[in-house]
Design a protein around this ligand. Structure first.
Ligand code: ZN
Length: 249
């Protein structure tokens, strides 16, 4: 049996189509909200900061260990120098050869101490740079975490607004589709999924509003002859055509 529906039901089909079009737009708006990309960008940025922070913290703690070792190296030389110097000052060593050897060792130790102090200084400078990098990255991390929280909130606010509207439109949609014949809805849904989301269109000034193609005179005559509850399909796009006062029939 051919699908049929009263003129009133057919006009409701246009309301249903308007709701579906709006729902499609909202789904697109939700999926392409710029807030989504903003959140993703900040997540990537934060991940990179965290990685660099771990690397800087590792470098900093390695340098601290190196600094302790360098300090110990210097201390050792200082102790040895003091011991030699004490021995020299005590007057206990009197043999010229031994004295010369002791003085030579003190001089060598002095040179060695200067070298080790240079090493220590360089390590301290590197450590300071690494510690500065750690504090800079920690402040970047805090700042980016706050930005991410704000962006996430903004995205969720946009989602909530859209979802609220979707819920309201879906309620209206359920009400309208529930009042229409099941076979009409099935036909509408099939056409809608095959034709870019538009299943039903108005005839406006003798033109199908689905494909925007004017309906020829012969076809118009045929449509005029049909009963009000007959379902009309566009010859061009096969969408359901709804007749209204604006149809120009
Ligand atoms: Zn058409």
């Amino acid at each position: 049996m051919a699908v049929s529906a009263s003129a009133e039901q057919q006009r409701l089909l246009l309301d249903l189509q308007a709701l579906d079009t709006k729902l499609l737009q909202l789904a697109h708006k939700r999926a392409s909200a710029p807030e989504i990309a903003q959140v993703q960008d900040l997540e990537v940025e934060l991940g990179s900061i965290k990685m660099r922070l771990v690397a800087a913290q590792t470098e900093s703690s390695d340098l601290k260990l190196n600094q302790l070792k360098a300090e110990a190296d210097v201390d050792q030389v200082v102790i040895r120098t003091k011991r030699d110097q004490d021995r020299l000052d005590s007057g206990a060593v009197s043999a010229p050869k031994e004295l010369e050897s002791l003085q030579h060792e003190i001089a060598t130790l002095g040179k060695r101490q200067a070298e080790l102090e240079d090493v220590e200084l360089e390590i301290m400078q590197n450590l300071e740079n690494a510690q500065n990098a750690v504090s800079q990255l920690q402040s970047n991390e805090t700042e980016t975490t706050q930005k991410l929280a704000a962006a996430t909130q903004a995205r969720d606010d946009v989602f909530a607004d859209i979802d609220f509207e979707v819920k309201s439109l879906t309620t209206q949609r359920t009400e309208i589709s529930g009042s229409l014949p099941v076979d009409l809805i099935a036909m509408y849904e099939k056409i809608r999924s095959d034709h870019g989301g538009i299943g039903a269109a108005m005839i406006q000034r003798r033109t199908c509003q689905g494909c925007n193609i004017a309906i020829d005179a012969q076809e118009l005559d045929k449509i005029r002859g049909l009963p009000a509850d007959a379902i009309v399909r566009c010859d061009e796009c096969r969408r359901i055509l709804v007749r209204t006062a604006e149809s120009g029939l």
